[in-house]
Design a binder for this molecule. Structure first.
Ligand SMILES: *[C@@H]1O[C@H](CO)[C@@H](O)[C@H](O)[C@H]1NC(C)=O
Ligand SMILES: *[C@@H]1O[C@H](CO)[C@@H](O)[C@H](O)[C@H]1NC(C)=O
Ligand SMILES: *[C@@H]1O[C@H](CO)[C@@H](O)[C@H](O)[C@H]1NC(C)=O
Ligand SMILES: *[C@@H]1O[C@H](CO)[C@@H](O)[C@H](O)[C@H]1NC(C)=O
Ligand SMILES: *[C@@H]1O[C@H](CO)[C@@H](O)[C@H](O)[C@H]1NC(C)=O
Ligand SMILES: *[C@@H]1O[C@H](CO)[C@@H](O)[C@H](O)[C@H]1NC(C)=O
Length: 347
């Protein structure tokens, strides 16, 4: 008899190790379910435990009595089988509970189909960015579901360090994480792992990504200033964003500058001319070049220009900031108006 019991418990242990259930937090169990399998799988058995209570304990799900005893094994094949299971004593008091959730590992749409978050681009559901090298980063996503019913849990990790994350509790579609021990002066040897758990009713979905912080540094937009120096000269200058790291000499930015003649948005390509590859000299009246400097003197202030500037960390293979743009025309119109007014006043 004893032998039988040990054999049984070894088998059970084995089943549990191999099993498709995981405890993701106290009182919450996730069962992996392959929806394309028609035969019930033994690893979808979930044992619910109430604790040290007598045989009079009974179980309920959605106010329906479903069984007796301090342990109860349920079988989870599909969403209706999942839910919140409570155990009660004779008086009907709740003694304990287990929330059983389902993660679909496969269905007719493919493996680990997702429906709680929207796809941003091919297989990408979460976007993480930071404005600087402070060790603080922000991740965002879009919910497909009503945010009042969805629960989002977020966690980030990297060995030898501790990262804390907080989900914005109102819109539930972004989180701020902080790696306290992040050192921008040291090369990152290992990626940050970011996991998001999304729960909608009985549905559980797991989203994960990995990245180096240095690869997700996207500076904020730069501020452009313009000064008309007369004599057909305009000096355009720009500043490092407020949120960028100090000292700037240690955290240099590279700027991409365009001065586009006539009406063009900043994405307009300046066609290359083999004689002026970096376009420090105008090509058909437009400029396009990369620089570490923060000002530009243009010599055609009477022409209508759009100045565009964006920034990127000089040493990292990270994204460019959004473009900042300023028009030369407005200044001229304003100035002319003032001149006209002055003329009227004087006459
Ligand atoms: C209550 O239920 C959880 C499972 O949801 C179980 O891990 C825990 O041991 C139970 N509490 C007691 C006191 O047994
Ligand atoms: C499950 O039931 C327990 C006990 O009633 C309750 O505290 C808990 O909030 C419920 N969880 C969900 C997700 O409904
Ligand atoms: C973590 O710390 C240990 C001991 O300090 C060190 O040997 C190991 O290289 C570190 N790992 C990483 C990825 O930095
Ligand atoms: C979520 O996915 C990651 C990466 O695939 C995995 O390491 C982790 O165990 C998963 N977590 C759950 C609760 O499924
Ligand atoms: C650094 O970047 C983080 C994340 O983008 C941001 O929250 C923080 O305000 C920035 N620091 C400064 C000084 O602006
Ligand atoms: C404008 O003229 C100044 C002085 O002649 C020159 O130094 C500067 O490079 C010119 N700017 C451009 C963008 O060509």
């Amino acid at each position: 008899m004893d032998l039988l019991w040990s054999l049984l418990s070894i088998t059970c242990l084995f089943l549990q190790l191999e099993g498709c259930t995981r405890v993701i937090k106290p009182n919450t169990v996730v069962v992996d379910v392959d929806m394309t399998l028609s035969t019930p799988s033994p690893c979808r058995n979930v044992m619910l435990q109430c604790g040290e209570h007598g045989p009079s304990v009974y179980w309920q799900k959605e106010k329906q009595k479903i069984g007796k005893g301090s342990e109860l094994t349920i079988h989870v094949d599909d969403f209706p089988d999942a839910g919140n299971f409570t155990c009660h004593n004779d008086n009907g008091d709740i003694l304990n509970h287990t929330l059983v959730l389902i993660q679909v590992t496969k269905n007719d749409r493919g493996e680990y189909p997702k429906q709680i978050l929207q796809e941003i681009s091919d297989q990408i559901y979460v976007k993480c960015e930071t404005k600087n090298h402070s060790g603080v980063f922000e991740c965002s996503w879009n919910l497909n579901m009503n945010r009042n019913t969805v629960q989002i849990l977020v966690e980030a990790h990297r060995s030898n360090s501790s990262i804390s994350c907080t989900v914005h509790d109102q819109d539930k579609s972004r989180a701020v994480c902080h790696e306290l021990t992040y050192c921008p002066f040291q090369e990152e040897l290992e990626k940050v792992g970011f996991n998001l758990h999304a729960i909608d009713g009985p549905r559980f979905e797991n989203y994960s990504s990995e990245f180096f912080l240095a690869d997700i540094v996207k500076p904020e937009k730069v501020q452009i200033h313009k000064k008309d120096e007369g004599d057909k000269k305009v000096v355009v200058s720009w500043e490092y964003p407020q949120s960028w790291d100090h000292p700037h000499s240690y955290f240099p930015l590279t700027f991409e500058v365009k001065a586009l003649k006539n009406k063009h948005n900043c994405d307009h390509e300046v066609c290359s001319d083999p004689r002026t590859p970096n376009h420090k000299l105008p090509h058909k009246g437009s400029y396009h070049f990369f620089t570490e400097e923060t000002s530009l003197q243009l010599n055609h202030s009477t022409k209508k220009y759009v100045f565009c500037v964006r920034a990127k960390d000089m040493y990292c293979n990270s994204p460019w900031s959004e473009w900042s743009a300023i028009c030369s025309k407005k200044l001229r119109i304003k100035k002319q108006r003032n001149e006209n007014r002055d003329r009227k006043k004087n006459s």
